[in-house]
Design a protein. Sequence first.
Length: 262
Amino acid sequence: MYDLPTTRRWDALDAAATIALVVAGALVGITHGAARYSWLAVAVALTSLRVLAASRARAAQRRATRAAEQIAEDIRTSANYAISDAFTPILRLVTELFEAGDEVQREAIRAQIVTSVVYAAAASIGPDHGVRACFFVLDVDTDPDGDGPRRLRWTGQQAGRADEPRSPFVAGTESGDAAIAMVMDDSYLFCRDIESDPPPGWDAHDHVYRTFLSVPVRGVDHATGMLTVDSLRPGDLDPERDKPIVLVLARILAISQISAGA
């Protein structure tokens, strides 16, 4: 295994040998006879030492590069296996859903799909106690005036961190309007750090998590809800890396929910 201080030691030795070589070279120029030959020998030895140190430093750097590449490859392989392990049972459940013979059986399969999708959303970010995924349903029948959806209601389905969502997403509040609009507009919400740069309305509630990514659960023309992942540490979520996977999971959720007439 590559040890960073090893390279530093060889670099330090190279630098020390260089300084000593300058001194030895100067002494070669001002001495005579046997002393001059002695310092010349020292200069040759120091030159050889410099070559050795530079060679060892380059070899250590090559080992470091290979080790880093191997670590990256191991991480990619582990991530691919984790995603495959999470998606395979979900896709099997979706197949079973459309092959089910009655509504009671389909409803039981839908519940399994929701559980599996929420688990996969948390696992896709990383097997860490700081990550949590939650599924919210869009209530369209809570508006007495018929003006549109009034609430994103937590379904009780979550995975990862144990604490439950505490902030309601209700129309008429900044955070509620933003979340509902995100679902209706088929966009997404991401906050890198709630403490330093909270979205409108998020600072009105006491949140345990520090960063979140929320995507709509919807089909082509039918909004169903919201799938959200959050974490205790800023930097755990990256929309470029995480949004595609969470979106695919949300689409799978939408298919199962729409088939129920939600």
